[in-house]
Design a protein around this ligand. Structure first.
Ligand SMILES: [Zn+2]
Length: 344
Protein backbone atom coordinates (compact mmCIF):
# COMPACT_ATOMS: atom_id res chain seq x y z
CA UNK A 1 0.00 0.00 0.00
CA UNK A 2 1.40 3.36 -1.01
CA UNK A 3 0.81 6.25 1.38
CA UNK A 4 0.60 10.01 0.82
CA UNK A 5 3.81 10.24 2.90
CA UNK A 6 5.63 8.10 0.28
CA UNK A 7 4.56 10.49 -2.49
CA UNK A 8 5.67 13.45 -0.38
CA UNK A 9 9.11 12.06 0.39
CA UNK A 10 9.64 11.16 -3.27
CA UNK A 11 8.72 14.69 -4.32
CA UNK A 12 11.00 16.22 -1.68
CA UNK A 13 13.90 14.17 -2.99
CA UNK A 14 13.31 15.78 -6.38
CA UNK A 15 12.73 19.29 -4.97
CA UNK A 16 14.21 19.53 -1.44
CA UNK A 17 12.38 21.66 1.10
CA UNK A 18 15.67 23.45 1.80
CA UNK A 19 15.31 25.18 -1.59
CA UNK A 20 11.94 26.73 -0.78
CA UNK A 21 11.63 30.44 -0.11
CA UNK A 22 11.55 30.94 3.68
CA UNK A 23 8.02 32.41 3.63
CA UNK A 24 6.67 29.74 1.32
CA UNK A 25 4.28 27.00 2.38
CA UNK A 26 5.12 23.69 0.80
CA UNK A 27 4.69 19.98 1.51
CA UNK A 28 1.55 18.22 2.67
CA UNK A 29 -0.93 21.04 3.37
CA UNK A 30 -4.15 19.06 3.64
CA UNK A 31 -4.87 15.47 4.59
CA UNK A 32 -2.88 12.71 6.24
CA UNK A 33 0.56 11.29 5.42
CA UNK A 34 -0.80 7.89 6.49
CA UNK A 35 -3.65 7.81 3.97
CA UNK A 36 -3.52 5.33 1.11
CA UNK A 37 -3.07 6.65 -2.43
CA UNK A 38 -3.86 4.96 -5.73
CA UNK A 39 -4.38 7.99 -7.96
CA UNK A 40 -2.66 11.40 -8.05
CA UNK A 41 -3.77 14.49 -9.96
CA UNK A 42 -1.19 17.15 -10.89
CA UNK A 43 -2.29 20.77 -11.41
CA UNK A 44 -1.06 24.35 -11.11
CA UNK A 45 -3.78 25.70 -8.80
CA UNK A 46 -6.33 23.90 -6.62
CA UNK A 47 -9.58 25.59 -7.65
CA UNK A 48 -13.10 24.33 -6.83
CA UNK A 49 -13.30 22.92 -10.38
CA UNK A 50 -10.02 21.04 -9.91
CA UNK A 51 -11.30 19.63 -6.59
CA UNK A 52 -14.49 18.50 -8.35
CA UNK A 53 -12.44 16.90 -11.12
CA UNK A 54 -10.30 15.10 -8.53
CA UNK A 55 -13.38 13.69 -6.78
CA UNK A 56 -14.94 12.59 -10.08
CA UNK A 57 -11.73 10.87 -11.18
CA UNK A 58 -11.31 9.02 -7.86
CA UNK A 59 -8.13 10.85 -6.87
CA UNK A 60 -6.72 10.63 -3.31
CA UNK A 61 -3.93 13.20 -3.68
CA UNK A 62 -3.57 16.46 -5.59
CA UNK A 63 -0.05 17.76 -6.25
CA UNK A 64 -0.23 21.48 -7.03
CA UNK A 65 2.38 24.12 -7.76
CA UNK A 66 0.73 26.94 -5.81
CA UNK A 67 0.01 26.32 -2.10
CA UNK A 68 -3.70 25.97 -1.29
CA UNK A 69 -2.96 27.59 2.09
CA UNK A 70 -0.49 30.45 1.90
CA UNK A 71 -1.49 33.37 4.12
CA UNK A 72 -2.01 32.66 7.83
CA UNK A 73 -5.29 30.78 8.06
CA UNK A 74 -7.58 32.60 10.48
CA UNK A 75 -10.82 30.77 9.78
CA UNK A 76 -12.25 27.95 7.66
CA UNK A 77 -15.70 29.29 6.83
CA UNK A 78 -17.68 27.08 4.55
CA UNK A 79 -19.62 30.12 3.32
CA UNK A 80 -16.37 31.39 1.71
CA UNK A 81 -14.90 29.95 -1.51
CA UNK A 82 -11.61 28.95 0.10
CA UNK A 83 -13.23 27.49 3.23
CA UNK A 84 -15.76 25.49 1.20
CA UNK A 85 -12.93 24.21 -1.00
CA UNK A 86 -10.97 22.94 2.02
CA UNK A 87 -14.12 21.38 3.53
CA UNK A 88 -14.97 19.62 0.25
CA UNK A 89 -11.45 18.22 -0.11
CA UNK A 90 -11.43 16.95 3.49
CA UNK A 91 -14.90 15.43 3.04
CA UNK A 92 -13.77 13.64 -0.12
CA UNK A 93 -10.54 12.55 1.65
CA UNK A 94 -8.35 14.22 -0.96
CA UNK A 95 -4.92 15.30 0.31
CA UNK A 96 -3.10 18.28 -1.15
CA UNK A 97 0.67 18.61 -1.56
CA UNK A 98 2.30 21.87 -2.75
CA UNK A 99 5.64 21.90 -4.58
CA UNK A 100 6.23 25.59 -5.11
CA UNK A 101 9.50 27.57 -4.89
CA UNK A 102 11.39 24.34 -4.14
CA UNK A 103 10.19 23.04 -7.54
CA UNK A 104 11.19 26.37 -9.14
CA UNK A 105 14.70 26.20 -7.71
CA UNK A 106 15.66 22.56 -7.94
CA UNK A 107 18.02 21.42 -10.68
CA UNK A 108 15.72 19.62 -13.10
CA UNK A 109 12.77 21.66 -11.82
CA UNK A 110 10.45 24.21 -13.39
CA UNK A 111 13.09 26.70 -14.50
CA UNK A 112 15.20 23.94 -16.05
CA UNK A 113 12.06 22.81 -17.91
CA UNK A 114 11.31 26.37 -19.06
CA UNK A 115 14.88 26.78 -20.34
CA UNK A 116 14.69 23.38 -22.03
CA UNK A 117 11.41 24.37 -23.74
CA UNK A 118 13.32 27.30 -25.26
CA UNK A 119 16.12 24.89 -26.30
CA UNK A 120 18.72 26.67 -24.16
CA UNK A 121 22.15 25.07 -23.92
CA UNK A 122 24.74 25.18 -21.11
CA UNK A 123 22.16 26.25 -18.57
CA UNK A 124 23.01 27.37 -15.04
CA UNK A 125 20.92 28.90 -12.29
CA UNK A 126 20.24 32.62 -12.72
CA UNK A 127 20.24 33.19 -8.96
CA UNK A 128 22.07 30.24 -7.40
CA UNK A 129 20.64 29.01 -4.11
CA UNK A 130 22.89 29.98 -1.26
CA UNK A 131 22.74 30.59 2.44
CA UNK A 132 19.85 28.18 2.71
CA UNK A 133 21.05 26.65 5.96
CA UNK A 134 20.82 28.01 9.48
CA UNK A 135 22.29 27.10 12.84
CA UNK A 136 19.81 27.87 15.61
CA UNK A 137 21.09 27.86 19.21
CA UNK A 138 18.56 27.64 22.04
CA UNK A 139 19.65 28.38 25.60
CA UNK A 140 17.55 26.57 28.23
CA UNK A 141 17.59 27.39 31.97
CA UNK A 142 19.33 25.04 34.38
CA UNK A 143 17.36 22.14 35.77
CA UNK A 144 16.29 18.88 34.32
CA UNK A 145 17.30 17.65 30.86
CA UNK A 146 14.98 19.45 28.38
CA UNK A 147 14.98 16.52 25.91
CA UNK A 148 11.65 15.27 27.20
CA UNK A 149 9.79 18.54 26.57
CA UNK A 150 10.97 18.93 22.99
CA UNK A 151 11.52 15.43 21.61
CA UNK A 152 9.78 16.32 18.35
CA UNK A 153 12.25 19.17 17.76
CA UNK A 154 15.27 17.09 18.64
CA UNK A 155 14.28 14.50 16.08
CA UNK A 156 16.80 14.68 13.26
CA UNK A 157 15.85 14.03 9.66
CA UNK A 158 17.43 14.57 6.25
CA UNK A 159 17.17 18.35 6.68
CA UNK A 160 17.88 18.74 10.37
CA UNK A 161 20.67 17.75 12.78
CA UNK A 162 20.38 18.34 16.53
CA UNK A 163 22.75 18.24 19.50
CA UNK A 164 22.14 18.87 23.19
CA UNK A 165 24.89 19.83 25.63
CA UNK A 166 25.10 20.96 29.24
CA UNK A 167 27.05 24.17 29.71
CA UNK A 168 29.39 24.95 32.62
CA UNK A 169 26.88 27.28 34.27
CA UNK A 170 24.34 24.45 34.42
CA UNK A 171 22.23 25.75 31.56
CA UNK A 172 21.54 23.64 28.49
CA UNK A 173 22.24 24.43 24.87
CA UNK A 174 20.30 22.90 22.01
CA UNK A 175 22.15 23.26 18.73
CA UNK A 176 20.03 22.70 15.62
CA UNK A 177 21.29 22.91 12.07
CA UNK A 178 18.51 23.09 9.56
CA UNK A 179 17.09 24.83 6.50
CA UNK A 180 16.08 28.49 6.51
CA UNK A 181 12.56 27.31 5.75
CA UNK A 182 12.43 25.01 8.77
CA UNK A 183 14.20 27.46 11.10
CA UNK A 184 11.44 30.06 11.05
CA UNK A 185 8.82 27.61 12.30
CA UNK A 186 11.23 26.00 14.75
CA UNK A 187 11.53 29.11 16.92
CA UNK A 188 7.85 29.33 17.74
CA UNK A 189 7.69 25.55 18.27
CA UNK A 190 10.50 25.79 20.84
CA UNK A 191 8.90 28.78 22.58
CA UNK A 192 5.73 26.77 22.90
CA UNK A 193 7.52 23.59 24.06
CA UNK A 194 9.84 25.18 26.61
CA UNK A 195 7.89 28.23 27.80
CA UNK A 196 9.82 30.28 30.39
CA UNK A 197 12.67 27.77 30.43
CA UNK A 198 13.79 29.14 27.06
CA UNK A 199 16.28 31.84 28.06
CA UNK A 200 17.62 32.87 24.65
CA UNK A 201 17.83 31.84 21.03
CA UNK A 202 20.24 32.84 18.35
CA UNK A 203 20.30 32.18 14.60
CA UNK A 204 23.45 32.04 12.47
CA UNK A 205 23.38 31.94 8.64
CA UNK A 206 25.65 29.17 7.39
CA UNK A 207 27.65 29.60 4.23
CA UNK A 208 26.73 27.15 1.56
CA UNK A 209 26.38 27.32 -2.17
CA UNK A 210 24.27 25.06 -4.27
CA UNK A 211 25.35 26.17 -7.73
CA UNK A 212 23.20 23.72 -9.59
CA UNK A 213 20.05 24.84 -7.80
CA UNK A 214 18.50 28.28 -7.77
CA UNK A 215 15.76 30.48 -9.10
CA UNK A 216 15.71 31.10 -12.84
CA UNK A 217 18.09 29.79 -15.46
CA UNK A 218 20.39 31.29 -18.04
CA UNK A 219 21.72 29.60 -21.15
CA UNK A 220 22.42 30.12 -24.85
CA UNK A 221 20.45 29.56 -28.00
CA UNK A 222 22.17 27.33 -30.57
CA UNK A 223 21.92 30.23 -33.03
CA UNK A 224 21.39 33.94 -32.38
CA UNK A 225 18.03 35.36 -33.54
CA UNK A 226 16.56 38.77 -34.14
CA UNK A 227 14.21 40.00 -31.44
CA UNK A 228 11.29 39.51 -33.79
CA UNK A 229 12.19 35.90 -34.55
CA UNK A 230 12.90 35.21 -30.89
CA UNK A 231 9.51 36.43 -29.68
CA UNK A 232 7.75 34.35 -32.35
CA UNK A 233 9.85 31.38 -31.20
CA UNK A 234 8.83 31.93 -27.54
CA UNK A 235 5.13 32.05 -28.50
CA UNK A 236 5.46 28.79 -30.41
CA UNK A 237 7.59 26.92 -27.87
CA UNK A 238 5.51 27.95 -24.86
CA UNK A 239 2.22 27.77 -26.72
CA UNK A 240 1.28 31.32 -25.68
CA UNK A 241 -1.21 33.17 -27.89
CA UNK A 242 -0.08 36.61 -26.72
CA UNK A 243 3.10 37.87 -25.12
CA UNK A 244 4.19 41.35 -24.07
CA UNK A 245 7.69 42.64 -24.86
CA UNK A 246 9.81 45.77 -24.70
CA UNK A 247 10.28 47.57 -28.06
CA UNK A 248 12.62 45.73 -30.43
CA UNK A 249 15.98 47.39 -30.90
CA UNK A 250 16.75 46.91 -34.58
CA UNK A 251 20.40 45.87 -34.17
CA UNK A 252 19.78 43.49 -31.25
CA UNK A 253 20.55 39.79 -31.69
CA UNK A 254 19.31 37.39 -29.04
CA UNK A 255 21.80 34.73 -28.02
CA UNK A 256 22.03 34.50 -24.21
CA UNK A 257 18.60 34.02 -22.66
CA UNK A 258 17.46 34.07 -19.04
CA UNK A 259 14.19 32.58 -17.83
CA UNK A 260 12.32 32.90 -14.56
CA UNK A 261 9.03 31.06 -14.16
CA UNK A 262 6.05 32.90 -12.67
CA UNK A 263 6.52 36.43 -11.37
CA UNK A 264 10.02 37.46 -12.44
CA UNK A 265 10.22 41.24 -11.84
CA UNK A 266 12.82 40.83 -9.13
CA UNK A 267 15.14 38.83 -11.43
CA UNK A 268 15.46 41.40 -14.23
CA UNK A 269 18.56 42.90 -12.63
CA UNK A 270 20.14 39.44 -12.26
CA UNK A 271 19.40 38.70 -15.94
CA UNK A 272 21.10 41.96 -17.00
CA UNK A 273 24.09 41.18 -14.77
CA UNK A 274 24.31 37.67 -16.25
CA UNK A 275 24.71 39.28 -19.69
CA UNK A 276 21.37 37.96 -20.99
CA UNK A 277 20.05 39.53 -24.19
CA UNK A 278 16.51 38.56 -23.23
CA UNK A 279 14.53 37.51 -20.15
CA UNK A 280 11.44 35.34 -20.51
CA UNK A 281 9.20 35.54 -17.45
CA UNK A 282 5.73 36.63 -16.27
CA UNK A 283 3.96 39.38 -14.33
CA UNK A 284 6.14 42.29 -15.42
CA UNK A 285 4.84 45.78 -14.73
CA UNK A 286 4.71 48.95 -16.84
CA UNK A 287 7.59 50.45 -14.86
CA UNK A 288 9.79 47.38 -15.27
CA UNK A 289 9.33 47.56 -19.05
CA UNK A 290 10.03 51.29 -18.95
CA UNK A 291 13.15 51.07 -16.80
CA UNK A 292 14.89 48.21 -18.64
CA UNK A 293 13.81 48.68 -22.27
CA UNK A 294 17.30 49.70 -23.41
CA UNK A 295 19.14 47.05 -21.35
CA UNK A 296 17.45 43.78 -22.22
CA UNK A 297 14.58 42.39 -24.30
CA UNK A 298 11.87 41.66 -21.73
CA UNK A 299 9.40 38.98 -22.77
CA UNK A 300 6.34 38.55 -20.54
CA UNK A 301 4.72 35.25 -21.46
CA UNK A 302 2.45 35.40 -18.41
CA UNK A 303 2.53 33.74 -15.00
CA UNK A 304 0.45 30.85 -16.29
CA UNK A 305 2.34 30.70 -19.59
CA UNK A 306 5.69 30.22 -17.86
CA UNK A 307 4.44 27.83 -15.17
CA UNK A 308 2.02 25.50 -16.92
CA UNK A 309 5.00 23.25 -17.73
CA UNK A 310 4.86 22.21 -14.07
CA UNK A 311 1.94 19.90 -14.80
CA UNK A 312 3.81 17.79 -17.36
CA UNK A 313 7.12 17.99 -15.49
CA UNK A 314 5.74 16.92 -12.11
CA UNK A 315 3.68 14.10 -13.61
CA UNK A 316 6.84 12.81 -15.33
CA UNK A 317 8.70 12.98 -12.00
CA UNK A 318 5.91 11.02 -10.27
CA UNK A 319 5.63 8.48 -13.09
CA UNK A 320 9.30 7.57 -12.82
CA UNK A 321 9.55 7.25 -9.05
CA UNK A 322 11.01 3.94 -7.81
CA UNK A 323 7.74 2.85 -6.13
CA UNK A 324 6.09 2.71 -9.57
CA UNK A 325 7.98 -0.58 -10.19
CA UNK A 326 6.29 -2.35 -7.32
CA UNK A 327 3.22 -0.34 -6.30
CA UNK A 328 2.10 1.35 -9.48
CA UNK A 329 -0.24 4.30 -9.03
CA UNK A 330 -2.04 6.38 -11.67
CA UNK A 331 -0.68 9.86 -12.37
CA UNK A 332 -3.30 12.10 -13.96
CA UNK A 333 -2.93 15.65 -15.25
CA UNK A 334 -5.73 18.14 -14.61
CA UNK A 335 -8.14 18.67 -17.51
CA UNK A 336 -9.54 21.80 -15.86
CA UNK A 337 -8.10 24.98 -17.38
CA UNK A 338 -7.09 27.10 -14.40
CA UNK A 339 -5.65 30.07 -16.32
CA UNK A 340 -7.60 32.95 -14.76
CA UNK A 341 -6.72 35.33 -17.62
CA UNK A 342 -8.50 35.52 -20.98
CA UNK A 343 -7.23 37.49 -23.98
CA UNK A 344 -10.07 39.25 -25.77
ZN1 LIG B 1 3.44 30.92 -9.63
Amino acid sequence: MLRIGDILSGLLQWAPASLAWDRDNIGLLLGSAEAEVRRVLVCLDVTPDVAKEAAERDVQCIVAHHPIIFHPLKSIRTDSTSGALIADLLRDEISVIAMHTNADATHGGLNSALGAALLLENMRALDPARGQRRQVLFRVSEGEDPTESCTHVLKADENRTCALRRLEDGQWEIDVETTVWDASGLKSTMQHALGSRLVAMHTIALEDKLQNHGIGAVGRLAEAMTAEDFTAFVKKQLDCPIIRTTPFLSEARISTVAVSSGAGSSYVEAAVRAGADALVTGDLTHHTFLDYQHDILLVDAGHYGTEKLFIRLCSEVLSTMPFQDTQKIDILTARTDTNPIRFV
